[in-house]
Design a binder for this molecule. Sequence first.
Ligand SMILES: Nc1nc2c(ncn2[C@@H]2O[C@H](COP(=O)(O)OP(=O)(O)O)[C@@H](O)[C@H]2O)c(=O)[nH]1
Ligand SMILES: [Mg+2]
Length: 475
Amino acid sequence: MDTSRNICTILTSADLSEGNIKATVKTIEHNPNKFYLLQSGWQTKLWEVVEQLGKVSDDENTLTKMRIAYDLKFDLQTELKIGGDPYTNGTKVKSLADLLEILEFTESLLLNRADYHVIIDDATNPNAANQAVVKLYQQMVFLNLELDIQKKSEAKLVKVIGRPIRIAIMGTKKAGKSVIINSLLKRDYAPTSSLLPTPNTIKYIPAFPNSLLTLDYYSKRYVFDSAERLRIFIGKEYVQALRNTSYDSNLPDMTIYYPCNEPVSYEVWDTPEPNYAGATDEYLKNVTACIKEVDVCIFVMNYSNCLTNDEVTFLKRLNEILRAENKISQFIVVVNRIDERYAVDEDKSVNRILDYLSKRLGDLTPPYRNIVIFGTSALQSFYLDSVIDLVKADRAEDGKDVDELPLIEGDSIRPLQRRHKDALALIKFIYCELCKLEDFHDIENPTEKEIYAFSGIPQLRRYVEYLGEQSRRQH
Ligand SMILES: Nc1nc2c(ncn2[C@@H]2O[C@H](COP(=O)(O)OP(=O)(O)O)[C@@H](O)[C@H]2O)c(=O)[nH]1
Ligand SMILES: [Mg+2]
């Protein structure tokens, strides 16, 4: 075990040997506020390492807490730059461990600054650079860090306001696709938790900030004064369609125009669940048409039951389509509902699941390689946004500074419950998340910053924007 560094410890095969593994676990237990990196070149996979450590550890929280990833040796020239000027010289770094040593962290091991940029030189070997970017983003997921990573050829380009990034969301029913959409759009437009499968594609298209919330459907236009009214309308349409036999077959698409004032806007397509009984040719034709047009394709799975046989069957077909359209590098897997891990007794290591999934997807024919797999709790991120809105509204009403940080912490959330009885469920959920961060991750006085980082959504957004930016430049 190389403990000579400040913020990270390098694990080697010797640390897992029969004679040493107990001592290794003890060291990890006593030093939770570090990153653990698997020595580069070591063939054992992260999921195996976590599994072996888990067998020896008496404290099941050790694995929940452990921030573990692969150390990466940077074969291509890699630099860390601070600030916005792409023409300044950065600091050269040789490995992920080196990089972590020069970044600054908060006590809960989140990045202390938002203006770090890692730049990977892609002049000599563009393919290798693409893979290096993907690998580094994956380690950021494992370590719960949100870091900007770019290729050198792109870093100097001015980010112009372009068309929205077009994203297709696919996946099994109830995996949380609609909640992910709501957390990306930061509003609850998409109807969720309905017992009915989604029978059609709903497109959410960003419109000017002062636009009305509008739905185009069956050649008609409907305008809504709230997201709730829109959801109720769609819900009724689905129920009615279910009564008719036309359900599942050819309910026309819905197009929703939503007011947007984000600097980078998302056009999101909520697609119907694959009909696993036999993904029909008609369905696959629709998937192909969709893949042709989008910048990013996200496949969502449920943490408690991920990579089912049905999903494997569908993912193989999808892989062929992605390859045919040359879009495999624009594909992302999201394992959602990771907050549910706390409810089960054993195995609370999200990284173990994500890394094992990466192996399984790499073993498929045709294989999924060089993709990033995210672990998210969309509900956590989305509820957090909603509770933050309440806090800000209260502060404005009380004549207080609306943006003073932190917005949310243990003490400030209780009074909120009394004031907003109609939002009790969300406030309680967020309060529970704060408690879990304290109890399971040993984070003292957690705030919105930690909840947000541990939801995985900021990392997902950043990578979506990275892929989206490239795709928009090409088309
Ligand atoms: N605990 C938890 N529940 C979630 C999360 N995301 C979605 N859900 C719940 O899962 C159910 C299905 O979500 P929905 O977005 O409608 O799934 P979809 O069928 O894939 O669109 C709803 O009851 C959601 O509240 C999450 O991150 N954590
Ligand atoms: Mg849905």
